[in-house]
Write a protein that binds this ligand. Sequence first.
Ligand SMILES: CC(C)(COP(=O)(O)OP(=O)(O)OC[C@H]1O[C@@H](n2cnc3c(N)ncnc32)[C@H](O)[C@@H]1OP(=O)(O)O)[C@@H](O)C(=O)NCCC(=O)NCCS
Length: 174
Amino acid sequence: MTTLRGLRVALRPVSESDLPRLFEILRQPAVARFWTPPENEREREGLLLGSDPDGADAISTFVITLADEVVGYIAGWEILEPDYRHAGVDVFLDSARHGRGYGVEAIQLVCRWLFEVRGHHRVIIDPAADNHRAIRSYERAGFKRVGVLRRYERGADGTFHDGLLLDLLAEDLA
Ligand SMILES: CC(C)(COP(=O)(O)OP(=O)(O)OC[C@H]1O[C@@H](n2cnc3c(N)ncnc32)[C@H](O)[C@@H]1OP(=O)(O)O)[C@@H](O)C(=O)NCCC(=O)NCCS
């Protein structure tokens, strides 16, 4: 897997030495509110390193870097069953870097790779329905709203919250 380079950010495969920095970002309140990693340490590390696809057929995980500083994580996971072939994206960014367009750039890079290199035609993403910044960022990348997933995921407060399903076809990519 190669490094994917955008105008400002670059994505390179996650290595074990990145884990402390990624866990530090995951502990930031603005990130922890919307990104709950598995409680089990081995599963959590496996998810970030791409060795545990968590229900998907494959997962490719990248750190988001800005001039070689690790500022976040993005993963492209894949369902390879031929009749329902599609991919999905998970992402988080250091809260000191939110709202500057780095998220859009990283999402565009990984989606282009999923379409052009991995041969997918459809990518999905499913933020919490009240994660307005994430939804705006995904829409800027070209994702379209499909609909509300009622009481879809259990949040940090232990209750089930609505999610919003968005999808992106290859021709939608901004
Ligand atoms: C989601 C995330 C990756 C987006 O990356 P980002 O770099 O912060 O977002 P961008 O700068 O690319 O885009 C944010 C957009 O939302 C807008 N925005 C910011 N705060 C907002 C808010 N509270 N409500 C609505 N829109 C908001 C910005 O103005 C921008 O839109 P614009 O470019 O049209 O002005 C990042 O914010 C993040 O890591 N959040 C915490 C973890 C998380 O939520 N992960 C996703 C789980 S699905």
